[in-house]
Design a protein around this ligand. Structure first.
Ligand code: SF4
Length: 217
């Protein structure tokens, strides 16, 4: 495809996972996971959510404070922005499968507040197994990496969100990959004009993903 990029598979796609299992069996196994220490501090594991057969999968970094409490991905402010932007791009959230690169919330306790803390390389590497297993079951046409952590989990350290965003990436796994920003970034921009422009660019990236919904051949 014109404008497409070739990159290597990251840890989530580097190995085969759960042949013969179902998505619900993978979810059940994930709830027992102790591959890293994050399960000790989070309220619960937040697995992916959406149809078992979805053409479009969106992958974030990790659950936030609200997701950790609710046990569902993208139910906080960033999830609201994502839902709106998906609709503007021509697809309903309920038709997509939404998940995260890391399934337990990592945070720093400051008084009563729990502040987001970025998962380290080891945590991302260990948790990538679950994302790979989800994708093997769902067999989507397009996987969108929202932000740097998801991008590196799917495409390794060579990927750069600023350089590679919005371009179809084929790594020979039967689906397109697309990298863009995480919607939480839009909530942190203070300048209104910049925020509006970045939001438009994000919707454009999602529109590209929607248009790509046929498998690379
Ligand atoms: S963050 Fe991932 S690897 Fe770590 S315990 Fe949770 S599910 Fe397992």
């Amino acid at each position: 495809m014109p404008g497409s990029v070739t990159l290597k598979a990251g840890p989530a796609l580097a190995t085969k996972h759960a042949a013969g299992a179902s998505l619900s069996a993978v979810k059940h196994q994930a709830h027992e996971c102790q591959r890293c220490d994050l399960y000790k501090y989070a309220t619960q594991l937040v697995f992916g959510e959406g149809p078992d057969v979805a053409k479009l999968v969106l992958v974030g970094e990790q659950p936030g404070d609200k997701e950790d409490v609710a046990g569902r991905p993208f139910v906080g402010p960033a999830g609201t922005v994502l839902t709106e932007c998906l609709r503007e791009a021509g697809v309903e959230r309920k038709d997509c499968y939404l998940t995260n690169a890391v399934k337990h919330f990592k945070y720093e306790q400051r008084g009563k507040r729990r502040l987001h803390s970025r998962p380290n390389a080891g945590e991302v590497q260990r948790c990538a197994w679950w994302l790979g297993a989800e994708l093997e079951q769902i067999r989507p046409d397009v996987v969108v990496a929202l932000g740097a952590t998801a991008a590196r989990t799917l495409l390794g350290a060579a990927v750069k969100v600023t350089r590679d965003r919005g371009r179809p990436i084929d790594i020979g796994r039967g689906f397109w990959l697309l990298v863009t920003i995480h919607p939480s970034y839009l909530l942190r921009i203070r300048d209104r004009e910049t925020a509006a422009r970045q939001r438009r660019d994000f919707v454009d990236d999602l529109k590209t993903a929607v248009k790509l919904q046929t498998r690379p051949g």
